[in-house]
Write a protein that binds this ligand. Structure first.
Ligand SMILES: CC(C)(COP(=O)(O)OP(=O)(O)OC[C@H]1O[C@@H](n2cnc3c(N)ncnc32)[C@H](O)[C@@H]1OP(=O)(O)O)[C@@H](O)C(=O)NCCC(=O)NCCS
Length: 196
């Protein structure tokens, strides 16, 4: 499938080992993510627990520009405190408020190092947003969620692309997951409302 022409001029394909082997090397600079894409992504796809897609360059040898893994998810409102539940519910029609809202999880996302800081990550998020709010989408999906690396750069990148923190601060997120105050919180749960 080719991405919409308003996005970067790359070819989008479901990712697998053959693509990895036929393209020049990929690294996003994060060892854990690189290891996932090189060794685990195929198995996740086979087990139907996470589907990875790639953007590759048109010209040969193809280069992998971006890799991202998606899975079904949900935001469960019944275990959120009132303040956060109200924040989410405010945007949902009164009669349709419920205990859980469907979402798509960006489980993994990496841009090849030599393509970073060129707005490709932002274009990829635009693409995912349009993809899941498109009328041909097979299921209802209201939110995009991501456990963003809790370093300044990654959370800023999502903020810049209109993602919001589900928990207003680290203290709230810690108490939700019973993380002791002495432990560093390595990711922040962020979401994007597809009806924005
Ligand atoms: C985080 C990541 C996905 C961002 O992708 P990217 O393509 O570099 O992102 P963008 O270029 O769209 O935006 C990155 C920043 O560069 C800025 N930028 C965009 N275009 C730019 C340009 N032409 N020149 C300079 N800076 C630019 C953006 O404003 C943004 O800054 P901000 O975060 O302060 O708003 C990428 O850096 C990456 O793969 N990192 C390693 C893996 C990782 O952390 N993945 C996320 C896991 S949750």
């Amino acid at each position: 499938m080719k991405t919409n022409s308003s996005y970067a001029p790359y070819i989008m394909l479901p990712f697998n080992k053959e693509i990895l082997e036929s393209c020049s090397g990929f690294s996003c600079g994060d060892d854990e993510l690189d290891n996932f894409f090189h060794n685990d992504a195929d198995l996740y796809s086979i087990e139907l627990i996470g589907k990875t897609y790639c953007w590759i360059t048109n010209d040969k040898p193809h280069q992998i520009v971006a890799l991202f893994t998606l899975a079904n998810d949900s935001i469960k409102t019944f275990n959120l405190n009132n303040k956060i539940r109200n924040k989410l519910n405010r945007t949902i029609n009164n009669s349709k408020r419920g205990r859980s809202y469907p979402a798509v999880l960006i489980g993994r996302l990496g841009i090849n190092k030599s393509f970073q800081n060129k707005s490709i990550g932002s274009q990829l998020l635009y693409f995912i947003k349009d993809w899941f709010r498109h009328k041909s989408n097979k299921t209802g999906c209201r939110f995009i969620v991501v456990d963003a690396y809790n370093n300044g750069k990654t959370t800023k990148f999502y903020e810049h692309n209109d993602f919001r923190y589900l928990y207003d601060n680290e203290l709230e997120e810690r108490s939700q997951y019973n993380i002791p105050p002495t432990n560093k919180i390595s990711t922040r749960l962020m979401y994007y409302d597809l009806k924005l």
